[in-house]
Design a protein around this ligand. Structure first.
Ligand code: BTN
Length: 235
């Protein structure tokens, strides 16, 4: 990936929304110190107080096939894992797009693609990493920060950002992603519309689906259908 323009903001509603509003023609990275309306997956809020790293990468994707959309997420998750790892932490991926450390969420990813008639025209990859931000009480059980994981040491958000941008420029594949999935072979829950199904997680396919065993049958599940809950972790 060529040199990419970085737009730095102090405060914004959401870096993803900012990208959508400006609909940039060239590839761009938008970073904000704070988001007042940070967006999570499934319409949820993503608490984005000062001290965290909030980034959106907007790219034009000429002739990008629908079938390959999971590769966008693979790239984002692996780039985050490599970044977090390079600061001495041990990340894992919770399918499909959360990054955990010590069984708690350290980063969330929200990918918003603009679709054309038969391809993906552009994508916005939104990444929120908990760095020095103070987590609200309600999140402390299920989320963590890089600072907490480093024993309370304050980290340079700018340094982490530079590292993330470097890793986002590289290309990864599903095997890179799978090296961070430490739950293959385990009993898990699959949640959908308030319903919970027990399964054994077996693999992640190149198309991004989760391969699992449900009541003795092998099934492929898409992340749009169900979300994964790890029995051994709090999330
Ligand atoms: C999730 O875990 O639910 C996804 C969270 C994604 C948060 C990032 S922070 C940067 C970008 N801007 C947003 O409003 N959301 C994403």
């Amino acid at each position: 990936m060529k040199k990419i323009k970085i737009i730095e903001l102090e405060e914004i509603d959401s870096t993803n929304e900012f990208c959508k509003r400006f609909n940039f023609e060239e590839d761009v990275i938008v970073v904000a110190d704070k988001q007042v309306k940070g967006k999570g997956t499934n319409g949820r809020e993503f608490v984005s107080d000062e001290g965290g790293l909030y980034v959106s990468l907007m790219r034009r994707l000429p002739n990008f096939d629908f079938k390959n959309t999971f590769s966008i997420m693979i790239n984002a998750c692996v780039a985050v894992c490599r970044t977090v790892e390079s600061f001495g932490l041990k990340p894992s991926v919770k399918w499909a797009n959360d990054v955990l450390v010590d069984g708690r969420k350290i980063c969330g990813t929200l990918i918003e693609n603009r679709l054309g008639a038969d391809n993906v025209c552009s994508s916005i990859v939104g990444i929120g990493i908990n760095v020095n931000n103070v987590l609200p009480d309600g999140l402390k059980e299920i989320a963590t920060t890089m600072s907490e994981q480093k024993g309370g040491k304050k980290l340079s958000v700018k340094r982490i950002r530079r590292r993330l941008v470097k890793y986002l420029k590289k290309q990864y594949d599903v095997n890179d992603y799978k090296t961070y999935c430490d739950w293959f072979g385990q009993e898990v829950y699959l949640d959908s519309n308030g319903q919970r199904t027990e399964a054994i997680a077996l693999d992640v396919d190149a198309d991004g689906s989760l391969v699992c065993e449900i009541k003795g049958q092998i099934k492929k599940i898409s992340s749009a259908e169900m979300s994964l809950r790890l029995k051994c972790k709090s999330i």
